[in-house]
Design a binder for this molecule. Structure first.
Ligand SMILES: C[S@@+](CC[C@H](N)C(=O)[O-])C[C@H]1O[C@@H](n2cnc3c(N)ncnc32)[C@H](O)[C@@H]1O
Length: 194
């Protein structure tokens, strides 16, 4: 089990969810439009109460959501359950899928985890994306100390997702503004064969 320095369930119950967007991240629309993300099996770790799982389900994806907060899981069950989506209450550090996914969409999950857990989380992401599959990730840019959200320095991200395992886009797309005033660096990384 991972240490949970944050009581995420309490935040949902109290409505202190400053990270939440009213609609899907504009980066998702871009990846759908340019074919970076094509209908297939997709995992959203730590999806919270975000709008992205529903938009992906409506776009024909086979969506799996894993979150540790019961309120987030109940919310997503109501949203994507009718589309046949899979919604799991689990700790990402204790859970393993039966098979890797065509794609993983990570939005403010990595940055929500203590950096002490990042190597272990990146190793899991590398297992969870099939060779040739895509990790569509939003690297939160806080340029500050502490967290969550923790600053996802891009040099550190290139160490976590190294070029011998992941193909990075060049150049990186423009950062996306976050409602909190922060910004997110989108990157769609292709998983190379192990
Ligand atoms: C900052 S929120 C982001 C939610 C959503 N992705 C969004 O953009 O609105 C982080 C989410 O990760 C979940 N989470 C944190 N640690 C987790 C863990 N170890 N296993 C599963 N979910 C976790 C929290 O419950 C929370 O829903």
């Amino acid at each position: 089990m991972s240490p949970l320095p944050v009581d995420w369930e309490a935040k949902y119950r109290q409505g202190t969810t400053f990270w939440q967007r009213p609609d899907s991240n504009p980066a998702l629309a871009g990846w759908l439009a340019d074919g970076t993300l094509r209908p297939g099996r997709i995992l959203l770790p730590g999806a919270g109460q975000g709008a992205e799982p529903l938009d992906l389900a409506k776009a024909g994806f086979d969506v799996t959501v894993v979150d540790i907060a019961p309120s987030a899981v109940a919310f997503q069950q109501g949203r994507i359950g009718p589309f046949g989506g899979h919604v799991l209450l689990a700790d990402l550090f204790a859970w393993e899928p039966d098979a890797p996914f065509d794609a993983v969409y990570d939005q403010t999950c990595l940055c929500a985890l203590s950096p002490a857990l990042w190597d272990a989380y990146a190793a899991r992401l590398a297992r969870w994306v099939r060779p040739g599959g895509v990790l569509a990730v939003l690297f939160m840019q806080t340029n500050g100390e502490g967290g969550p959200p923790f600053h996802c320095d891009l040099g550190r991200m290139r160490e976590l997702f190294p070029a011998d395992s992941w193909t990075w886009p060049a150049p990186l797309p423009a950062p996306v503004a976050h409602p909190s005033g922060l910004s997110e660096q989108p990157a769609a990384l292709m998983r190379l064969s192990a």
